[in-house]
Design a protein. Structure first.
Length: 200
């Protein structure tokens, strides 16, 4: 995935007040939702903007860039349809995410996010948040709590302790996915699989 590579997308463009630097998860969580890569439609828009910029700077390869864009768009749209089918049966099952980063994906597929532990990955969840999440879990309103591989789930373990809720993992940084053709679609499929597996 391009996000973690040396060709990384610099989310500091969204810097309004401060920049979060937690490993590779480096972007401001203030202002507009910066997690553009977590929304397939937003990713297509981003690819359009990137293609225009490439064509402008390198007009000799216009046809290649545009062919790549068409292929990418078609593949992502196909993945959206497949994920809609996969996620529809679990779309009303409530869950919590570790950090507030999945809004575009959730909106695309109509998922039932009940809340997040923290807005920013490296900010500790507050006691009030933890108590309110625990109360929701005890009332059996949630099927799943999603952790992230970059963070220790000890806070999650203590909140779900004694409840029936499952723990899933969402990896917003696509750590296990190789860069290259098809990598983005693979990332979407992995996210979809994580949601579907835990929410079932
Ligand atoms: Zn984030």
């Amino acid at each position: 995935m391009a996000i973690t590579s040396s060709h990384s997308v610099d989310f500091r463009h969204y810097d309004h007040d401060k920049v979060i630097d937690h490993g590779d998860h480096k972007h401001s969580h203030d202002g507009i939702d910066p997690h553009l890569w977590l929304g397939p439609k937003q990713a297509i828009q981003t690819a359009n903007v990137i293609t225009s910029a490439l064509v402008k700077h390198d007009p000799l390869h216009k046809n290649e860039y545009e062919a790549n864009l068409s292929r990418f768009t078609a593949e992502v749209e196909e993945a959206i349809l497949a994920l809609e089918n996969k996620l529809k049966p679990v779309a009303n099952h409530g869950y919590f995410v570790f950090h507030d980063g999945y809004g575009y994906f959730e909106e695309q597929f109509g998922l039932n996010n009940l809340g997040h532990f923290t807005v920013e990955p490296d900010r500790r969840p507050g006691a009030k948040t933890l108590i309110s999440i625990r109360r929701t879990l005890q009332d059996q309103q949630a099927s799943c709590v999603f952790s992230e591989p970059q963070f220790s789930p000890s806070v999650i373990n203590s909140v779900i302790n004694g409840t029936e809720v499952k723990i899933g993992t969402l990896d917003p940084m696509a750590t296990n996915i190789a860069e290259g053709k098809g990598g983005y679609v693979q990332f979407l499929e992995e996210l979809g699989e994580s949601f579907s597996k835990c929410l079932k």
